[in-house]
Design a protein around this ligand. Sequence first.
Ligand code: PMP
Length: 286
Amino acid sequence: MSLKIYIDGKLVDREQAKVSVFDHCLLYGDGVFEGIRAYGGVIFREDEHVRRLYDSARAVMIEIPMTPGEFKKAMHDTMAANNLSDAYIRAVVTRGVGDLGLDPRKCPRPTVIVIAASIELYPDEFYKKGLDVITAGTRRIMSDALSPRVKSCNYLNNIMAKIEGIRAGCIEAVMLNARGEVAECTGDNIFILAGGVLKTPPPEAGILLGITRGAVIEIAREIGIGVQETVLTRHDLYVADECFLTGTAAEVIGVVSIDGRIIGDGKPGPTTGKLLKKFRELTRKG
Ligand code: PMP
């Protein structure tokens, strides 16, 4: 059976799920999106994801032509049409079809797309061994140019850094902000454990406010680990006791080296392991 894709109110076969070459998301990266996971039929932090999508759209003045409730129904309908209970959901809202100019007023109606696919998990190896990462030379885009809190379809900034990572043999790369402080990775937030305290860059560092990041902060506080949202430098990363990344796809994944400096004893640390376990209990409790 062909995968069914939701596009503008209809569920169509993937072969028919097409957008116009005049859609401004294709022409200019003018759109917003979300990456969401469902576990056992339950969409994890559904309200938060939908809220972030609507906030991203509002910030760039895209009016999503449906209510948040209708959006949630579209996600559930797309999962049901594909018989999925564990899924990765990609929601995309583009500026819509216009002409070859930038002017968004030429795009009367945003295009709404929901793709639900079975999730391709990272190999277990990655969790056992941990990741090697580098710092990319490509800085995270400045918040006053385009807020990284907007999850826009304009990911070239992150892709440039990802290419640097890949060329260095790493699947993730740390991005610094214009001040040279640690911001986040190309598709994940970053945490360190230092002196028994969990530290992660604050929103002002110019990051996407990850939903996994938020859940991990809550879990840590619940189990008595102090959390600080604070400015981090590369030096802080190099001398950390533990380091891990958080994201919808990766969940919680240990980092064992940064720019060739070994973190801790070169294995994912015990606190990282504990937080991954707790996160998985939270997502899979049904
Ligand atoms: N930062 C960036 C740049 C991302 O693309 C993502 C993944 N969407 C994250 C952080 C992690 O966010 P979340 O936990 O909401 O998936």
